[in-house]
Design a protein around this ligand. Structure first.
Ligand SMILES: Nc1ncnc2c1ncn2[C@@H]1O[C@H](COP(=O)(O)OP(=O)(O)OP(=O)(O)O)[C@@H](O)[C@H]1O
Ligand SMILES: [Mg+2]
Length: 265
């Protein structure tokens, strides 16, 4: 087995009966309810669901930034008790950059935390700046960059960490269509080469089909796993199967079947 092949079998993520309630009493809000799932090492799993269904909450819990109300979350065999930036690469929806550091220094930052030598950090960061098309902006500060450019720096920073697990929350949402496609292709190519594990949240069903092996559909209020679609990499845009799957997912997400079932009881 080559090193680029996933070592299937080992669980990278195990979530068991997870729920999250924000607040207390009258203002309590159930963001996630009874979520159970596992992700094996080397898989690329996408999460799709309507706004407010708890996708970001789930990723923040996995990253150790938000504590669950009940349930168990295990990453690489160990219960998550707090952030572990050395192990998990994250790119959140409202990705922030350090305003006093330039684009290239922001990308190097996680490596600096790990005390990697300066020359090595630069060697890692510059090709990533090329990858996201920002080489000529290496020495600019975040407030000199557009929102989409800042998002691309955050993407390069997440990739710089070479983590075994990458949690990405709508990483390409702020990008124009062309840059988005390039970033998707580059991420896929990197993933093909190294087979890290990815959990990727997106609003775009087409994006989920294009890049994931497996899609988890979440339903809202509270967020639950509504359906799971496996073998997504078997569909193709050429024979129309990708388009059919897109329609199916759309119907699953926006069907009233749940409401009708509830009304019938
Ligand atoms: N820190 C918080 N305090 C209180 N409520 C919160 C907090 N964060 C999220 N929520 C609530 O939890 C629910 C889920 O939010 P979350 O951000 O996880 O959804 P999402 O699926 O990522 O939505 P979007 O697609 O719009 O990004 C929402 O109803 C939101 O109002
Ligand atoms: Mg979100």
């Amino acid at each position: 087995m080559s090193s680029a092949e996933p070592r299937h079998g080992r669980e990278m993520i195990a979530v068991d009966r997870l729920s999250k309630i924000y607040g207390k009493g009258d203002t309590a809000l159930a963001a996630l309810d009874d979520i159970s799932m596992t992700v094996r090492e080397g898989r690329f799993v996408t999460i799709v669901g309507p706004s407010g269904c708890g996708k970001s909450t789930l990723l923040q819990i996995l990253a150790g930034l938000v504590m669950p109300s009940t349930g168990r979350v295990v990453v690489e065999g160990k219960p998550v008790t707090g952030p572990s930036p050395d192990k998990i690469g994250v790119m959140f929806q409202d990705a922030w950059l350090l305003p006093w550091k330039t684009a290239v220094e922001n990308i190097e930052f996680p490596l600096a935390l790990r005390r990697s030598p300066r020359a090595e950090r630069r060697k890692r960061a510059l090709p990533l700046l090329d990858l996201v098309g920002l080489r000529q902006f290496a020495d600019r500060y975040p407030d000199e960059l557009s929102g989409g450019m800042r998002q691309r720096v955050a993407l390069a920073r997440a990739l710089a960490q070479d983590s075994q697990l990458l949690l990405m929350d709508e990483p390409f949402a702020a990008l124009d269509a062309l840059t988005r496609r390039t970033c998707q292709d580059e991420l896929l190519q990197l993933w093909e080469e190294t087979k890290f594990t990815v959990l990727f949240v997106t609003h775009s069903i087409a994006e989920a089909i294009k890049i994931g092996n497996r899609i988890l559909l979440l339903s809202p209020h509270p967020g639950r796993v509504k359906a799971e679609i496996t073998d997504v990499d078997q569909v193709s845009s050429e024979d129309g199967s990708a388009g059919r799957l897109e329609h199916q997912i759309h119907d699953l997400l926006f069907s009233n079947a749940d409401k009708e079932a509830a009304a019938a009881h």
